[in-house]
Design a protein around this ligand. Structure first.
Ligand code: ZN
Length: 147
């Protein structure tokens, strides 16, 4: 788990996401506006068996990582528009169907109750979600193992 410790030095959230993605709990993850040595990070993520895409945004970078097939699904979702796009991205990031649907409707003002963010990940849980509690437990157990 040396790679993870190195990743955590640059960005703790990145290390957590790398772990749950490498463990297959999340199919794909993304860090926006990463301010650090992206080439080193790319090698560390690749060492964990993840495919990596880096998009330069000025002097910062967006880092996308996961299995190749999951990265393809992310790009397909990103091609969509509006509510469909938000929903498909939620699915691509591995969030439950109910939460992805609720979040896409919430963003369009179709739902009033704010979804709960399962920190430190970007999973927004729908109210009274049946799936998220066990997923939250899985995120936590995986992270507790190594960090
Ligand atoms: Zn849900």
């Amino acid at each position: 788990m040396k790679d993870l410790e190195k990743l955590a030095k640059f960005d703790k959230k990145l290390a957590m996401l790398a772990l749950v993605t490498a463990e297959g709990i999340k199919p794909v993850s993304k860090i926006d506006s990463f301010d650090g040595p992206e080439e080193i990070v790319q090698h560390l993520l690749e060492d964990m068996g993840l495919c990596v895409e880096i998009k330069k945004q000025g002097c910062r970078s967006d880092i996308l990582f996961g299995k190749a097939s999951s990265i393809r699904k992310y790009h397909e979702a990103n091609e969509l528009r509006g509510k469909e796009r938000v929903y498909a991205l939620g699915i691509a990031f591995g969030y439950p169907d109910c939460c992805s649907k609720y979040f896409s409707e919430f963003l369009l003002g179709e739902k009033d109750e704010k979804p709960e963010k399962l920190s430190p990940l970007e999973h927004f849980s729908c109210p009274n979600c049946k799936v998220s509690p066990s997923l939250r437990k899985k995120y936590q157990e995986t992270m507790d193992l190594f960090i």
